[in-house]
Write a protein that binds this ligand. Sequence first.
Ligand code: ZN
Ligand code: ZN
Length: 413
Amino acid sequence: MKAVLIILDGVGDRPIKALGGLTPLQAAKAEILDLIAERGECGIMDPIAPGQPPGSDTAHLAIFGYDPEKCYPGRGAFEALGVGVDLKPGDVAFRCNLATISDDGVIIDRRAGRISNVDAEKLSESLKEIRIEGVDGVEAEFIHSSEHRGVLVLRGEKLSRMVSDVDPHLTGVKVPKPHPLDDSIEAKRTAKALEEFLEKAGKILRNHPLNKERVKRGLKPANAVLPRGAGVLPRIKSINELWGIKAAAIAGGALYKGVAKAVGFELIKVEGADGTVNTNLKGKVEAVISALKEYDLVFLHIKATDNVSHDKKPEKKVEVIEWISRELKPLVDTVLSENYYLALTGDHTTPCEVGSHTGDPVPLAIIGPGVRRDNVKRFDEISCALGGLNRIRGIDLMRILMNYLGRVPLFGE
Ligand code: ZN
Ligand code: ZN
Protein backbone atom coordinates (compact mmCIF):
# COMPACT_ATOMS: atom_id res chain seq x y z
CA MET A 1 0.00 0.00 0.00
CA LYS A 2 1.44 3.29 -1.10
CA ALA A 3 0.43 6.91 -1.02
CA VAL A 4 1.10 10.19 -2.79
CA LEU A 5 0.78 13.51 -1.02
CA ILE A 6 0.40 16.52 -3.31
CA ILE A 7 0.65 20.01 -1.87
CA LEU A 8 -0.28 22.94 -4.07
CA ASP A 9 1.38 25.82 -2.25
CA GLY A 10 -0.98 28.65 -1.31
CA VAL A 11 -3.79 27.16 -3.43
CA GLY A 12 -6.56 28.24 -1.05
CA ASP A 13 -8.20 31.57 -1.79
CA ARG A 14 -11.22 33.78 -1.09
CA PRO A 15 -14.05 34.92 -3.39
CA ILE A 16 -12.52 37.34 -5.90
CA LYS A 17 -14.28 40.30 -7.53
CA ALA A 18 -12.35 39.93 -10.81
CA LEU A 19 -13.58 36.30 -11.00
CA GLY A 20 -17.23 37.21 -10.41
CA GLY A 21 -17.08 36.27 -6.74
CA LEU A 22 -15.56 32.84 -7.30
CA THR A 23 -12.31 31.53 -5.86
CA PRO A 24 -9.62 30.61 -8.45
CA LEU A 25 -10.28 26.90 -7.77
CA GLN A 26 -14.00 27.46 -8.40
CA ALA A 27 -13.29 29.45 -11.56
CA ALA A 28 -10.80 26.93 -12.96
CA LYS A 29 -11.68 24.12 -15.35
CA ALA A 30 -9.59 21.56 -13.54
CA GLU A 31 -10.91 18.16 -14.60
CA ILE A 32 -8.29 16.04 -12.89
CA LEU A 33 -8.47 17.91 -9.58
CA ASP A 34 -12.26 17.57 -9.73
CA LEU A 35 -11.93 13.87 -10.54
CA ILE A 36 -9.94 13.39 -7.32
CA ALA A 37 -12.66 15.19 -5.35
CA GLU A 38 -15.42 13.20 -7.08
CA ARG A 39 -13.82 9.80 -6.54
CA GLY A 40 -12.68 10.58 -3.02
CA GLU A 41 -13.45 11.78 0.45
CA CYS A 42 -13.19 15.55 0.83
CA GLY A 43 -12.89 18.12 3.55
CA ILE A 44 -11.23 21.36 4.54
CA MET A 45 -8.08 21.60 6.63
CA ASP A 46 -6.62 24.22 8.96
CA PRO A 47 -2.91 23.68 8.34
CA ILE A 48 -1.92 24.87 11.86
CA ALA A 49 -5.12 25.95 13.63
CA PRO A 50 -8.31 27.79 12.63
CA GLY A 51 -7.46 31.40 11.87
CA GLN A 52 -3.69 30.98 12.15
CA PRO A 53 -1.81 32.25 9.06
CA PRO A 54 0.89 29.63 8.48
CA GLY A 55 4.36 30.00 7.08
CA SER A 56 5.09 27.39 4.44
CA ASP A 57 7.64 25.74 6.74
CA THR A 58 5.39 25.38 9.81
CA ALA A 59 2.47 24.28 7.62
CA HIS A 60 4.54 21.55 5.98
CA LEU A 61 5.85 20.36 9.35
CA ALA A 62 2.25 20.02 10.58
CA ILE A 63 1.07 18.24 7.43
CA PHE A 64 4.03 15.83 7.76
CA GLY A 65 2.66 15.05 11.24
CA TYR A 66 4.88 17.20 13.47
CA ASP A 67 3.45 19.80 15.83
CA PRO A 68 5.19 23.05 14.84
CA GLU A 69 4.32 24.64 18.19
CA LYS A 70 6.56 22.00 19.80
CA CYS A 71 9.30 21.34 17.28
CA TYR A 72 9.70 24.29 14.90
CA PRO A 73 13.46 24.90 14.84
CA GLY A 74 13.55 28.14 12.78
CA ARG A 75 13.63 28.51 9.03
CA GLY A 76 17.40 28.64 8.49
CA ALA A 77 18.05 24.94 9.00
CA PHE A 78 15.44 24.01 6.38
CA GLU A 79 17.02 26.39 3.88
CA ALA A 80 20.45 24.90 4.57
CA LEU A 81 19.26 21.29 4.15
CA GLY A 82 17.37 22.34 1.02
CA VAL A 83 20.52 23.64 -0.67
CA GLY A 84 22.40 20.48 0.23
CA VAL A 85 24.38 21.57 3.30
CA ASP A 86 25.23 18.63 5.54
CA LEU A 87 23.91 20.33 8.66
CA LYS A 88 25.08 18.91 12.01
CA PRO A 89 23.42 19.08 15.43
CA GLY A 90 24.59 22.33 17.03
CA ASP A 91 25.04 24.21 13.75
CA VAL A 92 23.02 27.40 13.38
CA ALA A 93 21.90 28.29 9.86
CA PHE A 94 20.43 31.50 8.44
CA ARG A 95 18.54 32.30 5.27
CA CYS A 96 20.38 35.27 3.71
CA ASN A 97 19.83 37.88 1.02
CA LEU A 98 22.59 39.53 -0.95
CA ALA A 99 21.50 43.17 -0.78
CA THR A 100 22.43 46.69 -1.79
CA ILE A 101 23.08 49.20 0.99
CA SER A 102 24.25 52.83 0.90
CA ASP A 103 27.61 54.03 2.25
CA ASP A 104 25.98 54.85 5.57
CA GLY A 105 24.33 51.43 5.86
CA VAL A 106 20.77 52.16 4.70
CA ILE A 107 19.08 49.31 2.78
CA ILE A 108 18.41 50.31 -0.85
CA ASP A 109 17.46 46.95 -2.39
CA ARG A 110 17.01 43.71 -0.41
CA ARG A 111 17.69 41.66 -3.55
CA ALA A 112 20.60 43.64 -5.07
CA GLY A 113 18.55 44.32 -8.22
CA ARG A 114 17.62 40.62 -8.47
CA ILE A 115 21.28 39.80 -9.07
CA SER A 116 22.04 37.05 -11.60
CA ASN A 117 23.17 33.60 -10.54
CA VAL A 118 26.57 34.10 -12.19
CA ASP A 119 27.38 37.32 -10.33
CA ALA A 120 25.99 36.11 -7.02
CA GLU A 121 28.00 32.90 -7.29
CA LYS A 122 31.27 34.80 -7.84
CA LEU A 123 30.61 37.20 -4.96
CA SER A 124 29.63 34.35 -2.64
CA GLU A 125 32.86 32.54 -3.50
CA SER A 126 34.84 35.50 -2.14
CA LEU A 127 33.16 35.09 1.28
CA LYS A 128 34.71 31.65 1.74
CA GLU A 129 37.93 33.23 3.05
CA ILE A 130 36.21 34.71 6.11
CA ARG A 131 37.53 33.41 9.44
CA ILE A 132 35.81 34.18 12.74
CA GLU A 133 38.47 35.36 15.19
CA GLY A 134 36.53 37.11 17.94
CA VAL A 135 34.63 33.99 19.13
CA ASP A 136 36.54 30.80 19.99
CA GLY A 137 35.98 27.69 17.94
CA VAL A 138 33.39 29.05 15.51
CA GLU A 139 33.54 28.70 11.74
CA ALA A 140 31.36 30.40 9.14
CA GLU A 141 30.33 29.05 5.76
CA PHE A 142 28.30 30.97 3.16
CA ILE A 143 26.56 29.00 0.42
CA HIS A 144 24.87 30.65 -2.55
CA SER A 145 21.54 29.06 -3.54
CA SER A 146 19.82 31.09 -6.31
CA GLU A 147 19.81 34.72 -7.46
CA HIS A 148 20.02 36.90 -4.33
CA ARG A 149 19.46 33.95 -1.99
CA GLY A 150 22.04 32.20 0.14
CA VAL A 151 22.57 30.35 3.39
CA LEU A 152 25.02 31.11 6.19
CA VAL A 153 26.03 28.33 8.57
CA LEU A 154 27.78 29.02 11.88
CA ARG A 155 29.45 25.88 13.13
CA GLY A 156 31.13 25.21 16.44
CA GLU A 157 30.56 24.94 20.17
CA LYS A 158 27.96 26.77 22.18
CA LEU A 159 25.83 28.37 19.51
CA SER A 160 22.11 29.18 19.64
CA ARG A 161 19.34 30.10 17.24
CA MET A 162 18.18 32.80 19.66
CA VAL A 163 19.60 35.72 17.68
CA SER A 164 17.64 38.49 16.01
CA ASP A 165 17.07 38.87 12.27
CA VAL A 166 19.39 41.28 10.52
CA ASP A 167 17.10 41.53 7.49
CA PRO A 168 14.27 43.87 8.55
CA HIS A 169 12.23 43.08 5.37
CA LEU A 170 12.24 46.84 4.65
CA THR A 171 14.16 49.31 2.55
CA GLY A 172 15.09 52.85 3.57
CA VAL A 173 16.15 51.75 7.07
CA LYS A 174 19.61 51.11 8.51
CA VAL A 175 20.81 47.52 8.67
CA PRO A 176 20.28 46.52 12.31
CA LYS A 177 23.02 44.71 14.23
CA PRO A 178 22.28 41.15 15.35
CA HIS A 179 21.56 40.82 19.04
CA PRO A 180 21.00 37.86 21.39
CA LEU A 181 17.33 37.11 22.12
CA ASP A 182 17.99 35.58 25.53
CA ASP A 183 20.63 35.83 28.30
CA SER A 184 22.46 32.63 27.40
CA ILE A 185 26.16 32.62 26.65
CA GLU A 186 25.29 30.68 23.46
CA ALA A 187 23.06 33.45 22.11
CA LYS A 188 25.71 36.07 22.90
CA ARG A 189 28.44 34.07 21.17
CA THR A 190 26.25 33.53 18.11
CA ALA A 191 25.31 37.22 17.81
CA LYS A 192 28.98 38.20 18.17
CA ALA A 193 30.18 35.70 15.56
CA LEU A 194 27.40 36.78 13.20
CA GLU A 195 28.30 40.44 13.61
CA GLU A 196 31.95 39.71 12.83
CA PHE A 197 31.00 37.70 9.74
CA LEU A 198 28.77 40.50 8.46
CA GLU A 199 31.43 43.17 8.97
CA LYS A 200 34.01 41.12 7.11
CA ALA A 201 31.56 40.19 4.37
CA GLY A 202 30.62 43.85 3.88
CA LYS A 203 34.28 44.83 3.54
CA ILE A 204 35.02 42.10 0.99
CA LEU A 205 31.89 42.84 -1.05
CA ARG A 206 32.38 46.64 -1.08
CA ASN A 207 35.88 46.22 -2.50
CA HIS A 208 35.07 43.38 -4.88
CA PRO A 209 35.98 44.22 -8.51
CA LEU A 210 32.76 42.61 -9.72
CA ASN A 211 30.68 45.03 -7.65
CA LYS A 212 32.66 47.99 -9.03
CA GLU A 213 32.00 46.65 -12.51
CA ARG A 214 28.29 46.21 -11.72
CA VAL A 215 28.06 49.89 -10.75
CA LYS A 216 29.75 50.86 -14.05
CA ARG A 217 27.22 48.70 -15.91
CA GLY A 218 24.42 50.59 -14.12
CA LEU A 219 23.59 47.62 -11.87
CA LYS A 220 23.18 47.65 -8.12
CA PRO A 221 26.17 46.27 -6.20
CA ALA A 222 25.55 43.34 -3.85
CA ASN A 223 27.49 44.86 -0.99
CA ALA A 224 25.82 43.39 2.09
CA VAL A 225 24.57 40.08 3.47
CA LEU A 226 21.24 40.20 5.32
CA PRO A 227 20.60 37.05 7.41
CA ARG A 228 17.29 36.05 8.97
CA GLY A 229 15.45 33.04 10.39
CA ALA A 230 18.21 31.48 12.51
CA GLY A 231 17.52 27.77 12.74
CA VAL A 232 18.88 24.44 13.97
CA LEU A 233 18.06 20.84 13.16
CA PRO A 234 14.78 19.81 14.81
CA ARG A 235 14.99 17.16 17.53
CA ILE A 236 12.39 14.73 16.27
CA LYS A 237 11.86 11.12 15.26
CA SER A 238 12.07 10.69 11.52
CA ILE A 239 8.98 9.84 9.49
CA ASN A 240 10.53 6.43 8.94
CA GLU A 241 10.91 5.80 12.69
CA LEU A 242 7.39 7.04 13.40
CA TRP A 243 5.50 4.99 10.82
CA GLY A 244 7.96 2.47 9.42
CA ILE A 245 7.74 3.85 5.90
CA LYS A 246 10.21 4.85 3.22
CA ALA A 247 9.37 8.35 2.05
CA ALA A 248 10.63 10.46 -0.84
CA ALA A 249 10.06 14.12 -1.72
CA ILE A 250 10.02 15.91 -5.05
CA ALA A 251 10.12 19.71 -4.78
CA GLY A 252 11.74 22.70 -6.42
CA GLY A 253 12.16 25.35 -3.72
CA ALA A 254 14.95 24.94 -1.15
CA LEU A 255 12.68 25.52 1.84
CA TYR A 256 10.34 22.65 0.93
CA LYS A 257 13.15 20.26 0.18
CA GLY A 258 14.67 21.24 3.51
CA VAL A 259 11.55 20.63 5.62
CA ALA A 260 11.03 17.26 3.92
CA LYS A 261 14.68 16.30 4.44
CA ALA A 262 14.59 17.41 8.08
CA VAL A 263 11.80 14.94 8.89
CA GLY A 264 13.37 12.07 6.94
CA PHE A 265 12.15 12.20 3.34
CA GLU A 266 14.78 11.32 0.76
CA LEU A 267 15.08 14.04 -1.87
CA ILE A 268 14.68 13.10 -5.51
CA LYS A 269 16.26 15.61 -7.86
CA VAL A 270 14.40 16.59 -11.02
CA GLU A 271 16.15 18.67 -13.70
CA GLY A 272 14.37 22.00 -14.20
CA ALA A 273 12.28 21.79 -11.02
CA ASP A 274 12.84 25.31 -9.78
CA GLY A 275 9.82 26.31 -7.70
CA THR A 276 8.47 28.78 -10.28
CA VAL A 277 5.64 28.86 -12.83
CA ASN A 278 8.19 27.65 -15.43
CA THR A 279 9.04 24.53 -13.45
CA ASN A 280 9.46 21.15 -15.14
CA LEU A 281 6.18 19.77 -13.81
CA LYS A 282 6.09 16.97 -16.37
CA GLY A 283 9.46 15.78 -15.10
CA LYS A 284 8.32 16.02 -11.49
CA VAL A 285 5.18 13.99 -12.18
CA GLU A 286 7.23 11.31 -13.98
CA ALA A 287 9.62 11.22 -11.02
CA VAL A 288 6.70 10.64 -8.61
CA ILE A 289 5.40 7.76 -10.71
CA SER A 290 8.77 6.03 -10.78
CA ALA A 291 9.48 6.77 -7.08
CA LEU A 292 6.25 4.95 -6.18
CA LYS A 293 7.92 1.70 -7.23
CA GLU A 294 10.45 2.09 -4.40
CA TYR A 295 8.84 4.29 -1.73
CA ASP A 296 5.73 3.94 0.45
CA LEU A 297 5.00 7.66 0.52
CA VAL A 298 5.91 10.19 -2.16
CA PHE A 299 5.47 13.90 -1.54
CA LEU A 300 5.06 16.26 -4.50
CA HIS A 301 5.31 19.99 -3.88
CA ILE A 302 4.14 22.54 -6.45
CA LYS A 303 4.95 26.17 -5.68
CA ALA A 304 3.53 28.05 -8.69
CA THR A 305 0.07 28.58 -7.14
CA ASP A 306 1.62 30.56 -4.28
CA ASN A 307 3.87 32.70 -6.51
CA VAL A 308 0.95 34.06 -8.56
CA SER A 309 -1.07 34.63 -5.37
CA HIS A 310 1.68 36.80 -3.86
CA ASP A 311 1.78 38.66 -7.19
CA LYS A 312 -2.01 39.26 -6.80
CA LYS A 313 -2.86 37.71 -10.17
CA PRO A 314 -6.15 35.76 -9.86
CA GLU A 315 -6.56 35.10 -13.61
CA LYS A 316 -3.03 33.74 -13.71
CA LYS A 317 -3.82 31.57 -10.67
CA VAL A 318 -6.77 30.07 -12.56
CA GLU A 319 -4.44 29.29 -15.50
CA VAL A 320 -1.81 27.77 -13.23
CA ILE A 321 -4.43 25.55 -11.54
CA GLU A 322 -5.70 24.36 -14.95
CA TRP A 323 -2.13 23.64 -16.09
CA ILE A 324 -1.35 21.68 -12.90
CA SER A 325 -4.58 19.70 -13.29
CA ARG A 326 -3.66 18.66 -16.84
CA GLU A 327 -0.10 17.73 -15.89
CA LEU A 328 -1.27 15.53 -13.00
CA LYS A 329 -3.26 13.22 -15.30
CA PRO A 330 -0.61 10.48 -15.75
CA LEU A 331 -0.05 10.37 -12.00
CA VAL A 332 -3.76 10.14 -11.16
CA ASP A 333 -4.17 7.43 -13.83
CA THR A 334 -1.35 5.46 -12.17
CA VAL A 335 -2.82 5.94 -8.69
CA LEU A 336 -6.21 4.66 -9.86
CA SER A 337 -4.87 1.70 -11.83
CA GLU A 338 -2.38 0.61 -9.12
CA ASN A 339 -4.82 1.16 -6.23
CA TYR A 340 -2.55 3.63 -4.49
CA TYR A 341 -3.77 6.37 -2.16
CA LEU A 342 -3.53 10.03 -3.07
CA ALA A 343 -4.11 13.10 -0.90
CA LEU A 344 -4.44 16.48 -2.59
CA THR A 345 -4.35 19.69 -0.57
CA GLY A 346 -2.61 23.02 0.04
CA ASP A 347 -0.30 24.24 2.79
CA HIS A 348 -2.23 27.48 3.38
CA THR A 349 -4.52 30.02 1.80
CA THR A 350 -2.88 32.90 -0.09
CA PRO A 351 -5.77 35.09 -1.29
CA CYS A 352 -4.89 36.95 -4.50
CA GLU A 353 -6.63 40.09 -3.24
CA VAL A 354 -4.46 40.03 -0.08
CA GLY A 355 -1.14 38.88 -1.52
CA SER A 356 0.03 37.14 1.66
CA HIS A 357 -0.84 34.05 3.71
CA THR A 358 -4.04 34.05 5.75
CA GLY A 359 -5.53 31.68 8.32
CA ASP A 360 -8.42 30.29 6.19
CA PRO A 361 -8.65 26.51 5.76
CA VAL A 362 -7.63 24.76 2.52
CA PRO A 363 -9.50 22.08 0.53
CA LEU A 364 -8.48 18.44 0.89
CA ALA A 365 -9.40 15.29 -1.04
CA ILE A 366 -8.23 11.68 -0.58
CA ILE A 367 -8.72 8.79 -3.01
CA GLY A 368 -7.81 5.14 -2.64
CA PRO A 369 -9.17 1.68 -1.88
CA GLY A 370 -11.86 1.69 0.79
CA VAL A 371 -12.01 5.47 1.12
CA ARG A 372 -15.58 6.56 1.86
CA ARG A 373 -16.55 8.43 -1.26
CA ASP A 374 -18.80 11.37 -0.45
CA ASN A 375 -21.05 13.60 -2.56
CA VAL A 376 -18.46 16.30 -3.34
CA LYS A 377 -17.75 16.62 -7.05
CA ARG A 378 -15.41 19.60 -7.28
CA PHE A 379 -12.06 20.40 -5.72
CA ASP A 380 -12.52 23.86 -4.26
CA GLU A 381 -12.79 25.58 -0.87
CA ILE A 382 -16.59 25.67 -0.83
CA SER A 383 -17.44 22.24 -2.31
CA CYS A 384 -14.92 20.33 -0.19
CA ALA A 385 -16.34 21.87 3.00
CA LEU A 386 -19.38 19.59 2.47
CA GLY A 387 -17.31 16.40 2.35
CA GLY A 388 -16.90 13.45 4.68
CA LEU A 389 -13.60 14.54 6.20
CA ASN A 390 -15.32 17.69 7.46
CA ARG A 391 -12.78 20.08 8.96
CA ILE A 392 -9.47 18.74 10.24
CA ARG A 393 -6.10 20.15 11.27
CA GLY A 394 -2.93 19.72 9.25
CA ILE A 395 -1.39 17.54 11.94
CA ASP A 396 -4.22 14.98 11.56
CA LEU A 397 -3.57 14.28 7.89
CA MET A 398 -0.52 12.03 8.19
CA ARG A 399 -2.23 9.68 10.65
CA ILE A 400 -5.28 9.51 8.38
CA LEU A 401 -3.02 8.50 5.47
CA MET A 402 -1.00 6.05 7.57
CA ASN A 403 -4.25 4.44 8.76
CA TYR A 404 -5.11 3.69 5.13
CA LEU A 405 -1.60 2.30 4.68
CA GLY A 406 -2.14 0.05 7.72
CA ARG A 407 0.71 1.72 9.64
CA VAL A 408 -1.10 2.96 12.73
CA PRO A 409 -0.97 0.54 15.69
CA LEU A 410 -4.08 -0.22 17.72
CA PHE A 411 -4.54 1.97 20.80
CA GLY A 412 -5.91 -0.21 23.67
CA GLU A 413 -7.21 -3.79 23.51
ZN1 ZN B 1 3.36 27.75 1.28
ZN1 ZN C 1 3.71 32.17 0.16
